[in-house]
Each structure stands twice: as structure tokens, then as C-alpha cells.
Design a protein. Structure first.
Ligand code: BTX
Length: 248
């Protein structure tokens, strides 16, 4: 079923009770030339993360993919992922959750002092374009909202578990407003990201396409890459999986 969600936001909303993946639907819309559409679902039956990893998306979550057509270079596209993480963190904090960002794309809740965390949100950004210009970009944001922990993987948490249920309509409205403000002010994204980052100051293990490195996470570049101080010098990583080992 496809109905208007009835929100006053700078995006048109396509809502589904159940869908395979909001990102896949958003890609279809993008390919057909749509822009500024947010595809929302109560449940996804085939949600996925990066590298084709499955993403659990039972009923009660906030599963949303946003079709954007910015005139930016592809190198700046990772900023859209960071913007999604910043926007989600802000709104989760408004809902009473102790949300922080783990580089590059997870919103997490810290557990203890050692850099451990449980995952509240994941973001999968897909993009198509030429070498000098993005055609479309789709940040797909998954928030474990009104879901019991036992319906999620063991490393996950939900807003229900951390702070009690939220009004999902209101959450999505605030999320889309916050995301829209950030995408029109790209320079503000990395400073805001740093403010909420759990990764900086951690010893990290990063798996990248070029292999694994271990070192101290010391900085994030203006395009959102992580700078890691290793025994062999500084490495700048633009994409990869990051594990926190301990505070530096
Ligand atoms: P990722 O590749 O960083 O993380 C995927 C991993 O996260 C999985 O291998 C699993 O260990 C863990 N995981 C799976 N489901 C959950 C969950 N609900 N909560 C916490 N951890 C989980 C992260 O990918 C990007 C996920 C994006 C999901 C959104 S939802 C809307 C849109 N549609 C879609 O199909 N994907 C995006």
C-alpha cells in the first residue's frame, strides 16, 4: 500500500506498511527522475546494509530512504552519510537516548567506558553519477525505534530499550528537517559530526578495501574520511568498517 504520510517536510513521502527495501524503491524512483522523495516503511522484508549484509527491519522501526539530486562532486557524497548520522543522533537525543556516532555511519549507544557500544541506527548511502557530478544520492537510514531488543541482533539496541517508545511520525518529521538543514549547509556537517563522535580518541581497527590497519583515530577530514595514526604514519581512510579497541 502506498499512502501519503501527511507530514509537513521538505520532501514528498511515499509510505509502505511493508516493502522489500526502501533503498531499492528509492533507486527506482531516482532512476525515473524523482527528487526530494522520502520512502518510508513500517517493516522491510529484505533490508540490507553495506556489502550486501542483511539488515533486520521488523515492524516498529523507522526505515527511510531519501532521494536527493544535489549538484556536488562525488567526492563529497560521504557528507550525506555523515549528515544522516548527525540528524539521527540529534533527534534520538531529543527522544532521551544517549546517542553518539561511530565512524562512518552508525549511531550507537555507549556501554561502559571502554568504547563499547550497541547499534541503534545504520545508514547505507547509494549514489550514481559522473566523475565530476552526482546524478542522485540516496541516504538510507534505519532506526531501531519501537522494537524489542529480542527482535534485533545481539549487538543492537532500540529507542524502546533506551528511552521508551517514540511517536514515529514526529521523529521522522524532525529527522527530515534536520537532514534538510544539513544538506543545505555542507560545511556545518563535519564540525557537527565531531561534536557527537565516539570514534575520535579511540584505538581502532579499520578494515578497508586495501586491507586492515590498527591505530589511533585522530581526525576527520572535511570530506568525512577518518585519519588514523598508525606505527607507520598517518593513513586517511574514506570507506571501511571500524572497530573500537580501547580509549587512547
Ligand atoms: P552495515 O553493513 O554497517 O551493518 C550491517 C550489520 O549490522 C549486519 O551485518 C548485522 O551485524 C547488524 N545489524 C543488522 N540489523 C541490525 C539492526 N536492525 N540494528 C543493529 N544492527 C543490525 C548498516 O550496514 C546500514 C544499514 C542501513 C539500513 C537502512 S534501513 C532503510 C534502508 N533500506 C535498506 O535496505 N537499508 C537502509
Amino acid at each position: 500500500s502506498t499512502v501519503e504520510y501527511g507530514l509537513e517536510v521538505p520532501f514528498s513521502i511515499e509510505y509502505h506498511d511493508s516493502i522489500g527495501s526502501t533503498n531499492e524503491r528509492a533507486r527506482e524512483l531516482a532512476t525515473d527522475g524523482a527528487t526530494d522523495v522520502a520512502v518510508l516503511a513500517d517493516e522491510q522484508t529484505g533490508g540490507h546494509g553495506r556489502l550486501e549484509r542483511p539488515w533486520s527491519a521488523p515492524s516498529g522501526g523507522i526505515w527511510v530512504s531519501i532521494v536527493c539530486r544535489p549538484s556536488i562532486a562525488p567526492a563529497r557524497a560521504p557528507l550525506y552519510t555523515l549528515a544522516g548520522a548527525v540528524a539521527t543522533t540529534r533527534v534520538a537525543r531529543e527522544a532521551g537516548v544517549d546517542a553518539h556516532i561511530k565512524w562512518p555511519n552508525d549511531v550507537v549507544v555507549p556501554v561502559g567506558e571502554a568504547g563499547d557500544y550497541r547499534k541503534l541506527t545504520g545508514i547505507l548511502t547509494e549514489m550514481e553519477g559522473e566523475t565530476d557530478r552526482v546524478d542522485w544520492i540516496i541516504p538510507g537510514i534505519g532506526v531501531n525505534a519501537n522494537i524489542d531488543a529480542d527482535a534485533l541482533p545481539p549487538e543492537a539496541t532500540s529507542i524502546r530499550e533506551e528511552a521508551g517508545d517514540v511517536d514515529r511520525r514526529r521523529f521522522v518529521q524532525r529527522l527530515l528537517e534536520a537532514f534538510d538543514a544539513l544538506r543545505t549547509d555542507l560545511e556545518a556537517i563535519v564540525p557537527a559530526w565531531r561534536e557527537h563522535a565516539l570514534t575520535l580518541g579511540q584505538r581502532v581497527r579499520v578494515e578497508r578495501p586495501a586491507g586492515e590497519i590498527v591505530g589511533d583515530a585522530v581526525e576527520v577530514t572535511p570530506t568525512g574520511a577518518l585519519v588514523v595514526e598508525t606505527e607507520d604514519g598517518r593513513e586517511t581512510v574514506s570507506a571501511g568498517d571500524c572497530e573500537h579497541l580501547r580509549p587512547v
